[in-house]
Design a binder for this molecule. Structure first.
Ligand SMILES: Cc1cc2nc3c(=O)[nH]c(=O)nc-3n(C[C@H](O)[C@H](O)[C@H](O)COP(=O)(O)OP(=O)(O)OC[C@H]3O[C@@H](n4cnc5c(N)ncnc54)[C@H](O)[C@@H]3O)c2cc1C
Length: 413
């Protein structure tokens, strides 16, 4: 006869994840891949739609960073996305490469240094001349304006929604339980320890040994209820699509993603449309509340109009194309650009997988799953991602330092 596992023991073993965006789904995926089946993921969203940042992101995945830990997390994520891409009917990741276009001589010199940095990090990279760069992405690179480009052939573009659905499905197959339409109202605290959550319309108590916050920009909302401060700030960001264009078919993407680091602009094809985003505006912080149901906010011309006008003048495909949807979406930043992964500051039983990009989400999922299961060697030194690493910083310093990184977000150095 098998040994009956008592209720107490089962609860202690249970890991509850709040948030089923790309990050929460990645944590569940890696936990179940490591053989842990007692995983429940709760999200206020319905199964099909992604109202958080993941559902708004155009999915640029660039691996080279001046912060080596970000490169490690991104490389690991790309490996997972490639594995998933081979198992799903919908493409979740396209390894189309990335061009970082230089329009001034200093940036071109930097591109040469980045080749060395990429090589040291195990990322193939080379510098292309203007004509070669424009030949790879004629709609996105103007050979007369470019001085050259850094080419990173192993970067690419994810479909964040399809990717998240694939992670949810794989985690479900591995034994995780997803409960959608289930908002978490509060963390349940006993003797100073988080022992689960109150969820759903009736405030049902769900107990667990460990509770993980993977709630994106809403991270600080629940954490604050347990007296924990998460050192992150939500920031607003514009993205613009062209209308559907007659010359384009449903092929999701047919050339590299393109960045203009010296203009803080990035652009890619999305099937029948092109899209671009710009960081060349004043950073606009946001304080999310429990009642904010989506990471999409009203688009204000006064905030983003000039930045988008300059960006559309830079990218050939946008110069004459009719405009389509434009959006203002929020995502989270930290003072050192690294995500918050590990035990929440000062509250037992509460863990975080917060302030991660799609680019790093699967690496973050693996890192936290390893920590929760006391698995093998972590991808990254846990101290570098520890959510309490800014414990002695004021809120003001956290916010201003994090916002200070906004414009240079795509800078590899
Ligand atoms: C316009 C835009 C462009 C971007 N471009 C890129 C890009 O090109 N590349 C890239 O890597 N990243 C990009 N990002 C950033 C990226 O989208 C996010 O960093 C990432 O998606 C965060 O994922 P997440 O799972 O942490 O958060 P989310 O996707 O926001 O998921 C959080 C989930 O938590 C749920 N939730 C919150 N509170 C509760 C609660 N109390 N109870 C139950 N559920 C709750 C929400 O419903 C949501 O589903 C972009 C973001 C935006 C907005």
């Amino acid at each position: 006869m098998g040994v009956r596992v008592g209720t107490e023991e089962r609860i202690a073993d249970e890991i509850l994840i709040v948030g089923a965006g790309v990050v929460g789904a990645s944590v569940a995926y890696h936990l179940t891949r490591s053989g842990h089946r007692r995983v429940t993921v709760l999200d206020a969203r319905d199964r099909a739609r992604l109202p958080g940042s993941t559902g708004l992101a155009p999915g640029f995945v660039g691996q080279l960073s001046a912060t080596p830990e970000l490169t490690v997390l991104a490389r690991d994520s790309v490996a997972t996305y490639r594995t998933l891409a081979g198992t799903t009917p919908e493409p979740v990741f396209h390894q189309v490469g990335c061009l970082e276009v230089a329009t001034d001589p200093a940036r071109l010199e930097q591109a040469h240094r980045d080749v060395e940095q990429g090589t040291r990090a195990g990322l193939p990279a080379r510098v292309l001349g203007p004509a070669e760069a424009a030949a790879l992405a004629p709609a996105l690179v103007d050979a007369d304006r470019a001085l050259g480009a850094l080419y990173l052939p192993t970067d690419g573009a994810a479909d964040p929604a399809a990717l998240t659905h694939a992670l949810v499905e794989a985690a479900t197959n591995g034994g995780a339980r997803f409960r959608f339409d289930t908002p978490v109202r509060a963390l349940e605290i006993e003797n100073g320890r988080v022992v689960g959550v109150r969820a759903g319309a009736d405030g049902e108590l769900l107990r667990a040994g460990r509770t993980v916050l993977a709630t994106g920009i809403w991270g600080p909302v629940l954490a604050a209820r347990a007296g924990a401060r998460l050192p992150m700030v939500a920031v607003q960001h514009p993205y613009l699509y062209t209308a559907e264009l007659p010359g384009l078919d449903d092929t999701p993407i047919d050339g590299p993603i393109v960045r203009y680091p010296d203009h803080a602009v990035y652009t890619r094809r999305h099937g029948r449309r092109y899209g671009l985003g710009s960081y060349a505006h004043q950073p606009l912080p946001l304080t999310p509340s429990a009642t904010l149901g989506s990471a999409e906010l009203p688009f204000r011309e006064t905030d983003f109009g000039t930045a988008l006008a300059e960006a559309t003048a830079l990218v050939p495909a946008f110069r004459t194309a009719p405009r389509g949807r434009r959006l203002n979406g929020a995502f989270a930043l930290t003072p050192d650009e690294l995500p918050l992964v590990g035990p929440a500051p000062g509250v037992a039983g509460l863990w975080c997988a917060e302030a991660s990009w799609v680019t790093h989400a699967a690496g973050v999922g693996r890192q936290l799953a390893d920590q929760l299961l006391s698995g093998g060697a972590p991808l990254v030194d846990p101290e570098r991602l520890a959510p309490d690493r800014f414990a002695d910083w004021s809120d003001e310093r956290i916010s201003s330092t994090a916002l200070g990184h906004y414009r240079g977000i795509y800078d590899a150095h």
